[in-house]
Design a binder for this molecule. Sequence first.
Ligand code: NOJ
Ligand code: CA
Length: 671
Amino acid sequence: MKKALFISIAFICVLGSCTRPRPTEINSPDNTIKLAFYLNDSNQMAYHITVNDTPFIAPSILGFEARDGINLSEDFHITGTDFDSKDEIWTQPWGENKSIRNHYNEMAVHLTDTKETLLTLRFRVFNDGIGFRYEYQVPDADSLFITDELTSFNIAQDGTSWSIPASFDTYELLYRTQPISQIDNANTPMTFKTGNIYASIHEAALTDFPEMTLKNTGNCLLKSELAPWPDGVKARITGGTFQTPWRTIQIAPKAVGLINSGLILNLNEPCVLETTDWIRPMKYVGIWWGMHLGVESWVINDRHGATTENAKRYIDFAAANHIEAVMFEGWNEGWENWGGTQNFDYTRPYADFNLQETARYAREKGIEIIGHHETGGNIPNYENQLDKAYQWYADLGIHSVKTGYAGGLPAGHNHHGQYNVRHYRNVVKTAAKYHTTLDVHEPIKDTGIRRTYPNMMTREGARGMEWNAWSTGNPPSHHELLPFTRLLSGPMDYTPGIFDILYERAKHSPFRKKWNSMDSKDCRVNTTLAKQIANWVVIYSPLQMAADMIENYEGHPAFQFFRDFDADCDWSEALAGEPGEFVVIVRKAKDKYFLGATTNEEARTTDIKLDFLEKGKTYKATIYADGANADWETNPTSYEILEKTVTTDDTLSIRMAKGGGQAITFIPLEK
Ligand code: NOJ
Ligand code: CA
């Protein structure tokens, strides 16, 4: 029977064109995820995905549109298919996990059209999701102007989604929990639950392309919408050869599986830096929160925050509290024009800030300085000074810089288009030349580029702590949404750890002034104190800030957590959680473990097995818990510190107040 079938196929092939369909299906290594590529009846390129043999992504279109008669989507035919697979472990100098398994099956579908444009569609299917990218070669083209991306994600069954709206200018928006079918547009990572499956759509390795957002074009049919240039073109390509970022879908049976997935980093290129020993995770404090609360100013005046004297006070505090670095904002000329001409000068300190002396003092105390470059969005002004500014800092021994883009871009550019993606990459490369690490505020969203350039350490790219200083603030559930959405893309400089939750000190300060139109004067932090501590663990950042003014930490027993904390994490695992509800994450750094658990507006208790602890060892667990009557609204600062002796065989019952949390350090006891 088998023999007869083989003979008849061979016979058809010998007779002329072989009509046997080429294999264009691929499974994940564990066979749970199956992806098929095909040309549909209209000869469009399309794919669909099943998970556990259930439709997950229904037939969805692929391709691009371009100007000037260039065809990137229609009437392509398959010329060949290559299959490959990989199973390797690679390591990185820092990260939630220093070693990562990269295990996938790959299918490269080769296509061409009547004009001899070549396209390879490269699909990779992992046990935790899929990624695909387009690799085009258009013959005889000097340049290409991409006008639209057709890539669609036709989610087979409606479900719940968690996302921020699409905006080409900001990610600092509140999350929405809504049916997938109700999404109008969304930024990525866009997380959803359909049937029993959790998933998140995003992109990886965005290096020279506009960002992708999602637009709902019918029921649960989400289509890519790229951030445009001012003239409406989406992407400009020099020559005719280009490859896109990866379009990704992380897939997991449990919500925490998305957090534990290494898919985004696996789809980025390996490190290109020759050495990385100059890159190190650090904890930091800074002259920062006072400005947001309005008790200090960025501009030089009698309320100026960044004075030499104040900087030294912060350096002393860092040195006395096992904190590696300090950051000062408002140190340089130009703040008086923030929101106006935005012509910051990156090598000219204000008259009351002696950077040479501050740098000398920091060196003497063994403390690193994190510099600050606010651009206000004036990219040309920053690019003109880039080399000089990084060289100048490096000469002063400053090898870490926080950047910011709070303001509109010139010439009609938006923040997330290709123009700015190129700019950010230029800054990362320039910083690397001077062995400098970066913490970018108002960034392009993370797409895992830190694997290739590990000096790109952390970024903002969501509503961070600052919003609590001068707006209605971030609601309690914001912190249980971030780990399942924004943080899937990479680390965030949220700047947690405000201990003066109700701003008692700032409210009584004679210097307090409204500085921002959203500042309502009865702002506050919408969590308990214990949750602030837990967020140092939950919201991963290799540069982790204790964001409050140091007066609010001095003498506070709960600050011991940050003293013990180690930002140089080796291993992490999200143990339990649901988007918008609660999350429990543990991280290991050297021989210590740190656990953070947080909850939304609901109080809850969750039992956590300590089987992540090393067998045969006994640990002192120091527990920073909500007080018995703590409540984020009515009693946010009530907390207690408990100690226990535990081993890997124990289970802890983690009790969290409304809008509360719990943080635990596990330190091995000497035998
Ligand atoms: C916005 C940033 O997110 C914040 O951290 C910074 O203080 C201000 N811009 C000023 O640079
Ligand atoms: Ca910001």
